[in-house]
Design a protein around this ligand. Structure first.
Ligand code: COA
Length: 286
């Protein structure tokens, strides 16, 4: 008989790793032996890492990916669920706060974020999936709301994510049937932007990150927050919010930035907004 699973003895700091390369922070779920499922230790460490990277000048884009064969196999059934059940409701709440806390931080991150889904993506992993602004996966990735297969509902926001990103019938089928989607199917249904052959995935994400890096960082932040905010607003409220958000952006040096970009287009004829970003290196400071 196979040996029962034991708690992961690795220290908290090792559950997440990152490297920064030329303005891009590549952040890894780092429990490959456990298919990168999210334990309380990982959730605490991920929050620390996100906090550390968010305001660094050498990070413009954050990519969240997984070490090994998984992006993340969702919540850790042993260390997140069973351990909390044994200790009672307060432990459960603590574990939820630690997990939901970093997903929320990521949803409203200062920097552009890209999910690079390299393999398994289950259940609770839909929280960080939705939190990433953009998402690219490999064709051989597998996406599933497996909760129904072990008799719980897709919590931790997962039902909401399916209902937000997919059509109603697709979300229902996905949640009720507990069948997996391939990367390509996930892209067709709107869970990710694109699905690519595994050996092209990193290059495509790098390409996207390189484009994002050229944008004005304040305008990019305002834009991604605007798209998230307006989803839940009426048209009139969204219109009003966008006026206010642009005015707030102006206070972040937006007038000077816009003036420079407009000058490059109208006067210097060195770029066309329809074909790419203006040259922000000509600004005194980004
Ligand atoms: N919680 C706890 N442990 C998990 C886990 C999870 N969500 N996902 C994987 N693991 C552990 C396994 O128990 C195993 O641990 P062990 O070495 O102590 O035995 C190890 O990770 C490797 O998993 P294994 O099942 O052998 O790998 P696999 O590649 O054959 O299968 C999955 C991968 C993802 C299909 C399978 O592990 C799985 O179904 N995981 C649960 C997914 C899930 O339902 N997540 C939703 C939670 S909300």
């Amino acid at each position: 008989m196979a040996k029962p699973s034991q708690p992961d003895p690795r220290p908290e700091e090792e559950t997440v790793r990152y490297e920064i390369e030329d303005g891009v922070a590549w952040v890894y779920f780092n429990r490959p032996d456990k298919r990168n499922c999210m334990s309380p230790k990982l959730n605490r460490q991920m929050k620390r890492v996100l906090d550390e990277l968010e305001f660094r000048d050498d990070v413009q884009v954050l990519v969240l990916t997984g070490e090994g064969s998984a992006w993340s196999a969702g919540m850790d059934l042993l260390e997140y669920f069973r351990a909390a059940e044994q200790e009672g409701i307060h432990k459960t709440r603590q574990h939820q706060r630690e997990a939901y806390g970093w997903w929320e931080r990521l949803r409203w991150y200062e920097k552009a974020t890209v999910g690079m889904i390299n393999g398994w993506c289950f259940g609770g992993a839909y929280g960080p999936l939705f939190a990433c602004d953009l998402a690219f996966c490999s064709d051989d990735a597998q996406f599933g709301l497996s909760e129904i297969n072990w008799a719980i509902l897709p919590g931790g926001g997962a039902s909401k994510v399916a209902a937000e990103l997919m059509g109603f019938r697709d979300a229902m089928y996905h949640a009720m049937m507990g069948e997996n989607l391939t990367g390509k199917q996930a892209a067709e249904k709107g869970l990710v932007n694109e699905s690519l052959p595994a050996d092209h995935l990193r290059a495509r994400v790098q390409e996207v990150a390189d484009v994002l890096k050229k944008k004005d960082s304040h305008a990019l932040r305002a834009t991604k927050w605007a798209v998230r905010r307006v989803r839940e607003m009426t048209y009139d409220n969204a219109e009003e919010y966008l006026i206010r958000a642009q005015e707030a952006l102006n206070d972040f040096g937006g007038w000077e930035t816009r003036r420079e970009a407009t000058k490059q287009f109208l006067d210097e004829k060195t770029f066309k907004p329809g074909l790419g970003a203006f040259d922000k290196s000509k600004l005194a400071k980004d």
